[in-house]
Design a protein around this ligand. Sequence first.
Ligand code: G1P
Length: 268
Amino acid sequence: MITQAIIPLAGLGTRMLPLTKAFPKELWPLGKTSILERVLKECDEAGIKEVFLVISKRKSIIKKYFDNDHELENKILNNKKAIKKINILKKYQKKIKFVYQNSAKGLGDAVNVCRKKIKSDHFLLILPDDIIIKKNCSRELVSIHKANKSSVVATKIVQKKDVDRYGILGFSKKNKSILDINKFVEKPKISLAPSKYAIIGRYILSKKIFKFLNKSKKGKHGEVQITDAMNELLISGEKFNGSIFKGSYLDCGTMDGYIESFNKIGNY
Ligand code: G1P
């Protein structure tokens, strides 16, 4: 059973500076709610019971967002509508645990700081730069994992010009929307890419990944890359599936992507 999830939030938000300097983009609105609450709702609906939010001291405002604020609650005591909105956070608060990553050494390192917390064989990893609406992508991944006893990543075909922005997978077989993966490469040049199928930020990973993350050297852009550890896990014999997910993908990882997503989502 997949009951634990990791959501890395300690990144510096450099692509969106200066707007991210004081206010992390994960708390920015997307439609009627924040990017982070969308992802927490997705976890909730996929059966996740415990969520590790990886933050840094710079991002402690995220903790504050979920903390009880008795002073505010006392002031709005008679405003039932406002209280109801605050109570939405309390539901998530029960599942959330904060884990600190104080040096930005990359996504692989952000996952690795949670290694002692993961109890079950496999866990869910969600990157909040990638928002998927209309269908719960994490739930789709969980059901593929259950059926195939595999590690699973969400994937979609991207344009040639975007291949070097993503982790790209190679595959030996495609059965409807499920791929049997045989290779991962982080942000390759198009000439070296095994396909145009990109890893989108939803993963179900075996706990064995920590063995490889512990030994991982810095990869692309001088960071510890989760993709490199996944490739080693694959080579060691772990079965990996790609799921061509059904929902709509909103890229909130760049300023242009965020603006486009915000306009697309409307009130959704
Ligand atoms: C990360 C991963 C990459 C993946 C991407 C999805 O890259 O390293 O493999 O394809 O997320 O958004 P980042 O966008 O953090 O540079």
